[in-house]
Design a binder for this molecule. Structure first.
Ligand SMILES: Cc1cc2nc3c(=O)[nH]c(=O)nc-3n(C[C@H](O)[C@H](O)[C@H](O)COP(=O)(O)OP(=O)(O)OC[C@H]3O[C@@H](n4cnc5c(N)ncnc54)[C@H](O)[C@@H]3O)c2cc1C
Ligand code: FES
Ligand code: FES
Length: 497
């Protein structure tokens, strides 16, 4: 890829209630670089520059449903600056009242002694701020606080005082925030447009609004980086120091943001955030919800997209084994229209996919649960959240008349690509869901792949865990395991090693 050109598209956002227009922001400049180096707003910190620590957390808001602002905390270190064009943005230096009254998130951190060295504090405060706004200032439970802070690390204070802060912040009044005024400014920005414009030859960051615009841009700029939430691609910039002279951002494409149900299928637009996609999947299959909480931390799930996970094609990506088990189909859009591909056929080799250079991933279609379906997914990693899988296993069975009528098994961390365990499926199909069936199928699964050993797990451990997880599902399906199964729900997908 070439280095960024000197001319760049203006970047417009709403900050501290005012519209700000910034020129000459390179297409691959990160939001954190923009804040700290260009705007000299240094509250957001750089800890890891890889989305892992949360020191750089900021809050953004867009026009959401019901004419209200939709709030999110995101990691600014791996988010491209231009990707927040047309949004409202807050850092820890923006949230106190005009008279200096701290925001309840800040006040609670002080009252609960939530900071020692203070390096992580602005990031925690912004996750708390976003939570407070999302909850409309209501009290939060410990679980909600843990969930909201899942992407923030603190090395010195310890988490109890910070969680206490989350649970007490509703006690203090919030400084006034002119939501109507912000919405009006965002509306004006939306009307003034961005994306495909007449001078597209001189532009280097594109925010197309429709699939037609996106495909035209893809055809015109085959060398451009297709960017979604950049929770993978952002690290190519911050860690591999790669430069991208042209970026096509898919996150505003209406068709790609849509999540809808119809005719036995859940259609998830490729640019739906992981959070939205997982909420829809868990809406149909509630027992999968704990598995989704194991994916990264909240700011990554609020920025990253399901399409980005699938298109990136990492063999240790967590959504693909599940999508394989659920029988998902990918819709690839190109100049000739749309073609559908079973997800397991999308992966051709290590990080090689069937996506043609002029195509984009438009949608992931997931069949709705059939009667008698049992779907479970397990992730083995060293940390409960914000960690990469050593092994991921997803199983979807259809039990009919006391027999397993259909079995689909997806596995991650076991081969060069996310894989379907065909031999294991055959060992399950047509059998009764008895322990002996799962034991026999587990032995098949342990031999079906030749995983590698690395710093996360040895090859033997990976093989062994695959079998154990399948046996675990078998145990849970036995008569009488019902209440135990329900009790285990919070660690259902946990499988802590
Ligand atoms: C701290 C951290 C924790 C993480 N934890 C996990 C985890 O637990 N499990 C896991 O699986 N992953 C994890 N990830 C990886 C990452 O979050 C996911 O892969 C995410 O879904 C990527 O989506 P994105 O929108 O950010 O993609 P991007 O980074 O924007 O893009 C990734 C790739 O997909 C391509 N792409 C994106 N959208 C399209 C499209 N519509 N059509 C064609 N190509 C497209 C891009 O060109 C790029 O090659 C983690 C990442 C971080 C930083
Ligand atoms: S600096 Fe660590 S998450 Fe951004
Ligand atoms: S207060 Fe020091 S890292 Fe959290």
């Amino acid at each position: 890829m070439s280095a960024p050109e000197s001319s760049s598209s203006p970047l417009r956002l709403v900050r501290r209630g005012q519209t700000v227009t910034l020129g000459n922001v390179a297409p691959d400049r990160t939001l954190l670089e923009l804040l700290r180096e260009d705007l000299r707003c240094t509250a957001a910190k750089e800890g890891c520059a890889s989305g892992d620590c949360g020191a750089c957390t900021v809050a953004v808001a867009e026009r959401g449903e019901g004419g209200r602002l939709a709030w999110r905390a995101i990691n600014s270190c791996i988010r491209l600056a231009h990707s927040v064009d047309g949004m409202a943005l807050w850092t820890a230096e923006d949230i106190a009242g005009a008279d200096g009254t701290p925001h309840p998130a800040q006040r609670a951190m002080v009252e609960c002694h939530g900071a020692q060295c203070g390096f992580c504090t602005p990031g925690f405060v912004m996750s708390l701020f976003a939570l407070h706004r999302q909850r409309g200032g209501q009290a939060v439970t410990r679980g909600q606080a843990l969930h909201a802070l899942s992407g923030n690390l603190c090395r010195c204070t310890g988490y109890r005082p910070i969680l206490d802060a989350a649970q007490t912040m509703h006690h203090w009044p919030e400084p006034p925030l002119d939501e109507a005024g912000i919405l009006q400014k965002l509306e004006l920005l939306a009307q003034s447009g961005c994306g495909l414009e007449a001078d597209s030859a001189s532009k280097n960051y594109f925010l197309p609004r429709t699939l037609t615009e996106l495909l035209a841009l893809r055809a015109a700029h085959p060398d451009a980086l297709i960017a979604a939430g950049t929770t993978d691609a952002g690290l190519w910039i911050t860690k591999q120091h790669r430069r991208f002279g042209r970026v096509i951002d898919v996150t505003r494409v209406a068709e790609l943001r849509r999540v809808e149900r119809g005719a036995g299928v859940l259609r998830i637009g490729a640019a739906a955030t992981l959070n939205d996609a997982f909420a829809a999947l868990a809406g149909d299959r509630p027992r999968l919800a704990p598995f989704f909480d194991r994916f990264a931390g909240l700011p990554v799930r609020q920025s990253g997209t399901l399409g980005g996970n699938v298109a990136n094609g990492s063999p240790i990506g967590d959504s693909m084994p599940l999508l394989i088990a659920l029988g998902a189909t990918l819709a690839l859009a190109g100049p000739g229209g749309e073609r559908l591909l079973p997800i397991e056929d999308f992966y051709l080799g290590y990080r090689q996919t069937a996506l043609a250079p002029d195509e984009v991933l438009a949608r992931i279609d997931v069949p709705l649960p059939a009667p008698g379906e049992v779907a479970q997914a397990f992730k083995i990693s060293k940390r409960f959240e914000d960690d990469i899988s050593a092994v991921c296993l997803a199983i979807a069975l259809r039990v009919e008349g006391g027999r397993i009528a259909q079995a689909r098994v997806g596995a991650g961390g076991v081969a060069a690509v996310p894989a379907r365990a065909i031999k294991t499926e055959a060992a399950l199909t047509g059998r009764t869901p008895a322990l002996a069936t799962f034991d026999a199928a587990a032995q098949v699964l342990e031999g079906e792949f030749q995983p590698i050993g690395d710093m996360r797990a040895s090859a033997g451990y990976r093989r062994h865990m695959l079998g154990s997880l399948l046996r675990r599902l078998g145990a849970r399906m036995q008569p009488g395991a019902g209440p135990a199964l329900a009790d285990l729900a919070p660690i259902d997908a946990g499988a802590r090693p």
